[in-house]
Design a protein around this ligand. Structure first.
Ligand SMILES: [Zn+2]
Ligand SMILES: [Zn+2]
Length: 145
């Protein structure tokens, strides 16, 4: 079930918020009355920035997916999510694209390693085969003498 987050202040019921990520928490500020709300977002590997990815607008509707325990935001003007950044292994902020590139590079490296291992195994098999043939040749010679 997805719930739209609505301001709980008496007489407000605003559903548009400014967002800021602070210490693994998403801070929502009601656009109408300025009331603030905090949501734990430490389970996300990325950080939501305060403005829309597409149109730079800074007010969002906030949705809470109760089953998946996920909170997400959509721009009130264009419906896009806010800009996201990832924190890489060294604690450095990188863009989504840079993070993707990093993941792809790591994947390529792993594939490379596997191919390398396979080649070594094939190499080992060939050597084994050679050794076997040599031994057989030796035995044959020994038997015929
Ligand atoms: Zn409000
Ligand atoms: Zn937008």
């Amino acid at each position: 079930m997805v719930q739209t987050v609505v301001c709980k202040k008496d007489g407000c019921s605003g559903n548009e918020f400014h967002i800021v990520t602070e210490d693994n928490q998403l801070k929502l500020t009601c656009k109408d009355c300025g009331n603030t709300y905090y949501y734990d977002v430490s389970y996300y590997e990325f950080v939501m920035l305060s403005s829309c990815k597409k149109c730079n607008n800074d007010t969002f509707k906030i949705f809470n997916n109760l089953e998946k325990q996920g909170i997400y935001a959509k721009c009130t003007k264009c419906g896009y999510p806010p800009e996201k950044v990832f924190i890489d292994d060294e604690g450095i902020q990188v863009t989504y694209e840079a993070k993707l590139m990093q993941d792809i590079k790591q994947l390529m490296y792993k594939i490379d390693q596997r191919i390398c291992n396979l080649e070594m195994k094939v190499d080992g098999l060939e050597k084994g085969q050679e050794l076997l043939e040599e031994s057989l040749a030796y035995i044959n010679r020994y038997m015929s003498e």
